[in-house]
Write a protein that binds this ligand. Structure first.
Ligand SMILES: Nc1ncnc2c1ncn2[C@@H]1O[C@H](COP(=O)(O)OP(=O)(O)O)[C@@H](O)[C@H]1O
Ligand SMILES: O=C(OP(=O)(O)O)[C@H](O)COP(=O)(O)O
Length: 403
């Protein structure tokens, strides 16, 4: 994989450099609640701009449905990038249309532009190779060189991640190089006990990872929205909690295999429940109740792990030599459901071994809940990406950067 260092030493002055970043930051309306992913790409953008490149930064944000949707505009992220760079950042109100062409065409050497959300175009995420290729061709027309630095999206076979680098000279940016360096070490030389904690809301994406982890980890702690498919597989009522019904047979097999392989697969023993999802805007009191994990009422939703589970998970992390954690234990954005995530974060801080936190929301949770970033071994900008890397999978966005 060629790195940005080689690109910089070859000289980029006057060249249009397309930087595929992951600016998929949590937003409250148009307010960025955690800018970690934007800060993470600044070294690459800054280095290119200082070398005189015309830098075109592109990213997805959220999961819009292949058409423009103002709720998912990258405008707030572009503004924040400008603040972090201490320089004006131009913003194109489309991705490959008139605005993008005019904005990129008008860039002076050493200046930066952000183009609008890649996923406002159906070609970005299409499963049809020709549709993705057609969109990648339009993106390629905006640049002379490609720099991949959106680590959080390298597990996606999307046009800007996978197809575009094949069309331009391509290099890995500073963030990808750093992330891969840490995760490579972790996957090659894992110290035991190796404990993996999984939670969050992208349940269908992440359940499959457990298949691999059952051959690698010593302990798996399951929380967040992921826990309810396991509890249901054990035959418990989960009410209106997040549930991946079609995955119940797979999860049942995971439970059996864990037992056979001697892997501790630990599930919540108690959970916080309420009749409705909390209001994350007003943060009005949610007044949840704590119930045993096998007595969730039919009309209620599990929204955090309970106090006994917090203690249990802390004890399972206390002697860990390696920890990988992805996915908040509950809806941490609301103070009534933040304690589970706080307890696991604190247990990582207290653990004797090397700790990695991965994922946009998990990293945001650690910071917004007031933890010191330096108390963790590594905070990865990718959740699904780092999980799939640790699984040993070939990641499309990394494979595409190979020579
Ligand atoms: N029990 C739950 N029910 C619904 N959503 C949950 C639950 N627990 C956690 N979440 C949500 O999961 C989201 C993060 O999930 P995910 O995107 O998978 O994590 P990451 O970005 O760290 O990979 C958070 O917004 C959080 O509110
Ligand atoms: O937030 C992301 O992944 P993560 O939640 O696994 O960290 C990335 O920006 C990828 O987004 P996607 O899962 O919508 O493809």
């Amino acid at each position: 994989m060629k790195t940005i260092a080689e690109l910089l030493s070859a000289g980029v002055a006057g060249k249009r450099v397309f930087v595929r970043a992951d600016l998929n930051v949590p937003l409250d309306g148009t307010t960025i609640t955690d800018d970690g992913r934007i800060r993470a790409v600044v070294p690459t953008v800054k280095a290119l701009a200082e070398a005189g490149a015309r830098v075109v930064v592109a990213s997805h944000l959220g999961r819009p449905k292949g058409a423009p949707d103002p709720a998912f505009s990258l405008a707030p992220a572009a503004a924040r990038l400008g603040e972090l760079l201490g320089a004006e950042v131009a913003f194109a109100t489309d991705t490959v249309g008139d605005s993008a062409q005019a904005t990129v065409g008008g860039l002076a050497d050493g200046r930066v532009a952000v183009i609008e959300n890649l996923r406002f175009n159906a070609g970005e995420t299409s499963k049809d190779d020709a549709e993705r290729a057609a969109f990648a061709d339009r993106l390629a027309a905006l640049a002379d060189v490609y720099v991949g630095d959106g680590f959080g999206a390298v597990h996606r076979k999307h046009a800007s991640v996978y197809d575009l680098p094949a069309r331009l000279p391509h290099y890995a940016g500073h963030l990808i190089a750093t992330e891969v360096g840490v995760l490579k070490k972790l996957s090659e030389d894992v110290q035991r006990p190796y404990v993996v904690a999984l939670g969050g809301a992208k349940v269908s994406d992440k359940l499959a990872v457990i298949d691999q982890l059952l051959g690698k980890a010593d302990r798996l702690l399951i929380g967040g929205g992921m826990a309810y498919t396991f509890l249901k597989a054990k035959g418990y009522e989960v009410g209106i909690s997040l549930l991946q019904e079609d995955q119940i047979p797979a999860v049942t097999e995971y439970l059996e295999r864990a037992e056979k392989n001697g892997v501790e697969l630990v599930l919540p023993v108690d959970v916080l429940v309420a009749t409705e999802f909390p209001d994350l805007k007003t943060k009005a009191p949610a007044n949840p109740t704590t119930v045993a994990a096998d007595t969730i009422p039919a009309d209620q939703e599990g929204l955090d792990i309970g106090p006994e589970t917090r203690k249990l998970y802390a004890s399972k992390l206390a002697d860990a030599a390696t920890v990988f954690w992805n996915g908040p234990m509950g809806v941490f954005e609301h103070p009534d459901y933040a304690e589970g995530t706080k307890a696991v974060a604190q247990a990582l801080v207290d653990a004797p071994g090397f700790t990695v936190v991965g994922g946009g929301d998990s990293a945001a949770a650690v910071r917004t809940l007031g933890f010191d970033e330096t108390a963790f071994g590594h905070i990865s900008t990718g959740g699904g990406a780092s999980l799939e890397y640790l699984e040993g999978k070939t990641l499309p966005g990394l494979a595409a950067l190979e020579d």
